[in-house]
Design a protein around this ligand. Structure first.
Ligand SMILES: C[S@@+](CC[C@H](N)C(=O)[O-])C[C@H]1O[C@@H](n2cnc3c(N)ncnc32)[C@H](O)[C@@H]1O
Length: 189
């Protein structure tokens, strides 16, 4: 119980000193995996994309590299992570390529059908209502756009439960791909 609380403050809902430390650890371990997820999205340079639960902002960096003439939005529940990710992506934010906000997965601060693609990595397992959050991703991504829902082995997300969560949120034809560092479900909005 005590360790669950510590892990949650460091990774699930990062806050305080533990949250800052958790953010640093997440950066080291996720670079290659985030790069793979972004490459599988097969983005065009002018696409508009979203990441929910971006943590320290490594996925946001990879997205910004993939859409240099587009736009990258991010929403994360933790003010500590928003601060770390903004520092990590400061130049791209200044240029207007990236915008990062505090926001909850089940109430995204976006209109319908505005993104060409979206991703979320190691975050769904921490959402209070995963189906509501996944429905929100479906709402904000244009019909036909891809949503990537990715996890590393220590996320705690069951791979077996993922297709039914996605189906409940209204996604069809779930494709799950494996990587050395984890797995990712790709679905069309
Ligand atoms: C384990 S971290 C993963 C961070 C990063 N994506 C990675 O893989 O390194 C989980 C992230 O999800 C965010 N998060 C948790 N619940 C959330 C919610 N309901 N809505 C949006 N973000 C949430 C946390 O603040 C945290 O930054």
């Amino acid at each position: 119980m005590f360790f669950d609380t510590l892990l949650d403050r460091a990774f699930g809902h990062p806050s305080g000193v533990l949250g800052r430390l958790g953010g640093k650890l997440m950066v080291r371990s996720k670079r290659a995996f985030a790069g793979w997820v972004v490459s599988e999205l097969d983005l065009d340079p002018d696409d508009r994309v979203l990441e929910v639960g971006f943590g320290p902002g490594v996925g946001i960096q990879r997205l910004a590299e993939a859409v240099p003439r587009g736009f990258v939005a991010g929403a994360d529940a933790s003010p500590v992570m928003v601060e770390q990710a903004r520092r990590r992506n400061a130049a791209a934010i200044r240029s207007g390529l990236v915008e990062l906000r505090r926001g909850l997965a089940d109430d995204l601060p976006s209109d319908d059908d505005v993104f060409d693609a979206a991703m979320t990595m190691n975050s769904v397992q921490a959402w209070p209502d995963p189906v509501a959050g996944l429905r929100e991703l479906r709402r904000v991504v244009k019909p036909g756009g891809t949503v990537a829902v990715a996890f590393t082995p220590h996320s705690g997300q069951s791979r077996e439960e993922l297709p039914s969560l996605l189906a409940e949120a209204g996604f069809e034809d779930v494709r799950i791909e494996n990587h050395r560092d984890g797995f990712c479900a790709f679905v069309e909005s």
